[in-house]
Design a protein around this ligand. Sequence first.
Ligand code: ADP
Length: 246
Amino acid sequence: MNTLLELSGVSVSFDGFRAINNLSFQIGEPELRAIIGPNGAGKTTFMDIITGKTRPDAGRVIFGEKSVSLLKMSESQIARSGIGRKFQKPTVFEAQTVRENLAMALSNPRGPFDVLIYRKTPTGAARIEEIADEIGLSDHLTRRSGELSHGQKQWLEIGMLLAQDPRLLLVDEPAAGMTPAEREHTTDLLKRAAQTRAVVVVEHDMEFVRRLDCKVTVLHEGSVLAEGSLDHVTKNKDVIDVYLGR
Ligand code: ADP
């Protein structure tokens, strides 16, 4: 497994408060990784740094085999270089059908969703069917996406991101608000997606993290507190103290 993303010595302060503190961190390709940590640990800020929304005060963020610095790139350049982000809330185009949503994503590879260009003629019909099958929405291609359940909207958005073929996909709490069956489907979907790319899942729900069955990074006060399997990190005394509130 090659290293795809590397953060070294990254720090970010907001009004003198260190949200990210000398953070060093690597993600491989392909890899499925879960990031956990109590509220305020720096998980969102970490994703904001990678996607160019927040600029660190110090450190390096390097992406790909050419070791490109993400710190010199705009948010849309970062998205185009192959980093996709799924926010917690689903953001699909509700007035369009599932097929149209997937077609839009397919015809705009690696662009952020806010600059998607709507093309009347759907492209890549075969690929659309393939993705619909992968996300479990084959029977819903002609439905307006606004009519989908919360879980189905989440899968559609993951499908749209997959259509854009990112090398690194950041996913924020995908299981929130899902039924147990939907969670199971989401686990399978993310595991499959991570066979050919890096998928980083920020998650609060430990049962969901257990199902992902992947390496876990525990963040605390903007640094890595522990890393390894979920069993390994949950036996770590520092992790137990942090979760029980020292
Ligand atoms: P998490 O996602 O793990 O809950 P965050 O990355 O959202 O943690 O936040 C880390 C810390 O940085 C928190 O203490 C939060 O209050 C602070 N923080 C995050 N963003 C800002 C901001 N824009 N301005 C001030 N403080 C912020």
